[in-house]
Design a protein around this ligand. Structure first.
Ligand SMILES: *Cc1c(COP(=O)(O)O)cnc(C)c1O
Length: 223
């Protein structure tokens, strides 16, 4: 096994162990938590290695980078980056799951895709909408619009913990927002939350999809 493969395998195992203990600490079944390996900025060779190690869910933030990767490795591809309107058609070409939808305009554009997509609505957990996402007040409206589109399946809500806020506090807020949301939209039973630094807290508060990059692949060089 190459050194890089051994390193990734070891990191993956550590992350799996962290997932297991976080789930067990709140009496959840670890099998209900889906790990998305965030491969942004990392080379195709790492993605192939992850595939050999059994990973099948990969997350990317930038259309230009992700499209070619997705063409080379067959997997479930997740888009979790900021959405630029003029890129939506292109994103539709490779992304199976969209985590970062936060406006009616985006929904209407994704609804024109020739294929099916699963989507999460990103909700902002700070008043300033700093790290993207819609205000909790408009979620129901957005969800109804997604449900009107025959090619979009609403999986649930997604969030990123705001900078400078305790993850536990952020995800407790998210859990509360999600509870109200799932009462209204019971079929949307998933929750995308948690990254390398805070996925244990997210699992504690109900995350079903965690998006983990640097804990598995190492630190990223800035774009
Ligand atoms: C980059 C990114 C991640 C992964 O972050 P790590 O800290 O490397 O685990 C998860 N979610 C989103 C939205 C991201 O942009």
């Amino acid at each position: 096994m190459s050194t890089r493969k051994a390193e990734i395998a070891r990191n993956l195992q550590e992350v799996r162990e962290r997932i297991n203990s976080a789930a067990q600490s709140v009496d959840r079944d670890p099998a209900e938590i889906e790990l998305i390996v965030v491969t942004k900025t990392f080379p195709i060779s790492d993605i192939e290695t992850l595939r050999e190690l059994g990973e099948v869910n990969f997350g990317e933030n930038r259309d230009q980078e992700a499209g070619p990767k997705a063409q080379l490795v067959s997997a479930t591809w997740h888009f979790q980056g900021q959405i630029q309107s003029n890129k939506i058609r292109s994103i539709c070409g490779w992304a199976d799951v969209i985590h970062s939808i936060s406006s009616e305009r985006e929904i209407l554009k994704f609804a024109q895709s020739p294929r099916r997509h699963q989507v999460f609505l990103q909700v902002s957990l700070d008043g300033e909408l700093g790290r993207g996402g819609a205000s909790p007040a408009v979620l129901a409206q957005l969800a109804e619009l997604v449900n009107e589109s025959s090619n979009l399946e609403l999986l649930g809500l997604m969030a990123v913990a705001p900078l400078g806020v305790e993850p536990e506090k952020a995800f407790a807020d998210l859990a509360q927002i999600n509870q109200g949301f799932q009462r209204q939209f019971p079929k949307s039973k998933y929750l995308s939350a948690g990254m390398s630094g805070d996925f244990e807290a997210a699992i504690k508060f109900g995350a079903t999809h965690i998006r983990v990059g640097s804990s598995i692949l190492g630190s990223r060089s800035p774009h």
